[in-house]
Design a protein around this ligand. Structure first.
Ligand SMILES: [Zn+2]
Ligand SMILES: [Zn+2]
Length: 98
């Protein structure tokens, strides 16, 4: 499931454009926007992919913490959950690793 950051409309993982406002979800989904903010923040050194409790095997596989240049793109390709991928980016702040 993708959420449009412009109009909050949800759409399936395989859509590239918001069905309501036509925003490009590869750039304007909430996950894509969150990732862009994290990549732009120098205090964030690592990015964690958090998966839902009932995540599918493909998402569990991808769960973990990544350097900024190796962060997988969400939604997870091949996600088999009936409602789509619920993975989220979470920032790992520098202060946690002094
Ligand atoms: Zn939209
Ligand atoms: Zn999944």
């Amino acid at each position: 499931m993708q959420i449009c950051s412009v109009c909050r409309t949800t759409s399936p993982d395989d859509r590239f454009f918001c069905p309501k406002c036509n925003a490009d979800l590869r750039e304007f989904s909430e996950n894509a926007q969150a990732l862009q903010r994290m990549l732009a923040n120098d205090r964030i050194k690592l990015i964690n992919i958090a998966v839902a409790d009932d995540a599918c095997p493909a998402c569990r596989e991808i769960a973990g913490t990544y350097p900024k240049d190796q962060v997988p793109i969400l939604p997870v390709p091949g996600c088999s959950h009936e409602n789509g991928c619920f993975c989220r980016y979470q920032p790992v702040l520098d202060v946690l690793y002094p």
